[in-house]
Write a new protein. Structure first.
Length: 165
């Protein structure tokens, strides 16, 4: 009898822990993906990302970027006003212009020349500097020292991997 009561207590404790963990996880989740924002212009707040705004407005990141002329890496600033939907006026004017006769345009022929690559051919090994910029902290062999190099650069500057993986 005592043994089964002990099991009951251990099982109850396990169930209680699982229930608390489930409630904790449910409390941490957000429902921002439902597209609850109803305005046509969104003002960026601290911590916002284009992805977060897309979830709140129900508009894709690509559509938000297209509407606002934002290109990768999709940097936005606090206070920036983001159009979240195309205005009804522009869509109705697009319908009006679609009734006009289409004009013929000449097809553009693709260039036959291949652009010259600055990278070595596939299979050739070559060391490539990871980024453009000044080395501001060199490699250190000291205990607890810098085990890499730090290179100054502008935000959005590409960083190239030294090798695969």
């Amino acid at each position: 009898m005592v043994l089964s009561a002990g099991r009951l207590n251990k099982n109850s404790l396990g169930i209680a822990v699982l229930l608390c963990a489930g409630l904790l996880l449910a409390g941490c989740s957000s429902n921002s993906g439902s597209g609850t924002y109803s305005g046509s212009v969104y003002t960026v707040k601290r911590g916002d990302t284009l992805y977060r705004i897309s979830r709140a407005t129900g508009t894709s990141v690509k559509e938000l970027a297209r509407l606002n002329g934002i290109s990768p890496p999709y940097t936005i600033e606090v206070g920036q006003r983001i159009k979240v939907r195309g205005s009804a006026k522009s869509s109705s004017s697009a319908r009006k212009t679609s009734n006009k006769t289409a004009t013929k345009t000449a097809a553009v022929r693709p260039s036959s020349s291949v652009p010259k690559s600055s990278w070595p051919p596939v299979g050739q090994r070559c060391w490539v500097w990871p980024a453009n910029g000044k080395v501001i902290l060199p490699y250190s062999t000291a205990e607890g020292g810098n085990k890499g190099i730090d290179i100054a650069g502008a935000r959005g500057t590409p960083v190239y991997a030294a090798g695969a993986g």
